[in-house]
Design a protein around this ligand. Structure first.
Ligand SMILES: Nc1ncnc2c1ncn2[C@@H]1O[C@H](COP(=O)(O)OP(=O)(O)OP(=O)(O)O)[C@@H](O)[C@H]1O
Ligand SMILES: [Mg+2]
Length: 431
């Protein structure tokens, strides 16, 4: 392709050629006869012009070549730029380009996904808008350090908030770029490690559960023997003495022994959740019985509503264990609700069922929610609860291949939902 410059030169060459051709012919033809001198004069005039034309032609070729080379170079640059853009756009890690004041200048698609925001809601905004308030100081400190040339290779663990308020755990690397002829900028390369963290947490938790289970089992067995002896000895003394005051005290000893025995029984349930005896059970009846049993914990200002449907819902579950799960959930709901309503709902979902217990009680703070199902975690005063209720319930439900979820809002109430497959997944049903 000819450039604009080359076309102009060729036009000038063509024009001059025609003009001087006409000149030469005119000079030569002015003589009626052949005149050597005139022809020589014509040639003398034409020769430098012809030289000029040849020079122009050469220059034009060089120009064409140079322009072509220039065009090739700039198209190669554009290509490589496009390639790098594509590379950054398709990078699996979020890439953010920030100015030294933390304003986002550019972001790739993975960055948008990570924050759950559109490009327009990121570019032009301060990067700090996406950092939760409790992590702001540390995020500012990191950027300042990087701009001052510290922490060159350090991997920084950070937390972002997505548009929906979810926290995303990330690992962040950064590079400060200081071009000679422009302002410095910082590139943040951010990897979402939320799932990885969750997997690690679950692994740690399951290891902790296993070791706590072993400990609980050991303690329960060790305590059971002296407890049994205490109750036997107390009964034997009670048979021998007639003193009313001693009898009264022996009764108190026996009552305390029973409390201790019930705690060890809880510990054993927690330690051995796996063994279940599934049988065909009408869950509608089971829920109704659990509600009746938990009534004992209801405060006068609390109303109970059950939505169990008109048809029986039949599942293959261990009725004793699921009954206990429901009583635990209902007991917690009653304990958290001084006034208001508890609603129990049973839903048949084809291959599975969902039983939810909702209360309009205190609600659960997020930091408590994170620990709800931990064994021995309780917010009750010492001696009022073991903190095993939800831990045991979750173990029981898990042994059926099910799950318990919770949603809660402080001051409004909580909903615990038990999901159970109609046929237990992890256990074969006895014939
Ligand atoms: N419906 C609820 N509303 C508010 N908080 C709840 C609710 N259910 C559970 N919790 C919180 O979860 C904690 C753990 O519950 P969990 O049933 O495991 O143990 P606990 O009730 O404290 O003790 P225990 O069950 O042995 O009596 C409770 O102490 C309470 O803070
Ligand atoms: Mg409880």
């Amino acid at each position: 392709m000819l450039s604009g410059g080359a076309i102009a030169i060729w036009a000038v060459i063509g024009g001059l050629g025609i003009l001087f051709g006409v000149f030469a012919v005119a000079i030569a033809l002015q003589a009626a006869t052949f005149d050597v001198m005139r022809w020589l004069l014509a040639l003398a005039i034409e020769a430098p012009l012809a030289g000029g034309i040849i020079a122009l032609i050469r220059y034009s070729r060089v120009l064409t070549r140079t322009t072509a080379a220039g065009e090739a170079a700039s198209s190669a640059l554009a290509n490589s730029e496009a390639k790098y853009r594509e590379l950054i756009a398709s990078a699996p890690d979020g890439i953010f380009v920030l100015d030294p004041q933390a304003k986002v200048l550019d972001v790739n698609e993975a960055g948008e996904t990570l924050l759950g925001r559109e490009r327009g809601d990121i570019v032009g905004h301060s990067f700090m808008e996406f950092v939760p308030t409790d992590r702001l100081a540390s995020a500012h400190g990191y950027l300042d350090d990087r701009l001052r040339g510290f922490r060159a290779t350090e991997l920084y663990e950070a937390t972002f908030s997505t548009a929906k308020g979810k926290r995303v755990h990330v690992q962040l690397r950064s590079q400060v770029v200081r071009p000679a002829d422009a302002d410095s900028y910082v590139v943040y390369i951010v990897r979402d490690v939320t799932d990885q963290r969750e997997a690690q947490r679950q692994l740690l938790e399951s290891e902790r559960w296993a070791s706590m289970g072993r400990l609980a089992s050991f303690v329960a067995h060790e305590i059971n023997t002296p407890l049994t002896n205490i109750s036997l000895l107390t009964a034997s003394i009670a048979r021998r003495v007639s003193d009313a005051e001693v009898q009264e005290r022996l009764k108190k000893i026996a009552a305390q022994g029973r409390i201790a025995a019930s705690i060890t029984a809880e510990l054993l349930k927690f330690a051995r959740p796996g063994a279940i005896n599934p049988v065909e059970t009408n869950l509608t009846d089971l829920v109704r019985e659990a509600v009746e049993q938990a009534e004992a914990f209801r405060k006068p200002g609390v109303e109970v509503r059950t939505e169990l449907g008109s048809e029986p819902v039949v599942c293959t579950v261990d009725p004793l264990r699921i009954h206990e799960v429901l009583v635990n959930l209902l007991k917690n709901a009653f304990e958290a609700t001084a006034n208001g309503r508890i609603r129990v709902r049973l839903e048949d979902r084809g291959p599975s069922v969902a039983v939810s217990v909702s209360d309009t009680g205190t609600g659960i703070r997020p930091e408590v929610q994170q620990r709800l199902f931990e064994a021995f975690y309780t917010t009750k005063k010492k001696g009022e609860g073991t903190g095993l209720g939800l831990a045991i319930s979750r173990n029981f439900v898990a042994s059926h291949g099910g799950d318990i979820t919770v949603t809660s809002e402080v001051g409004k109430g909580s909903t615990f939902t038990v999901f159970l497959p109609k046929q237990p997944v992890s256990v074969t049903t006895p014939a």
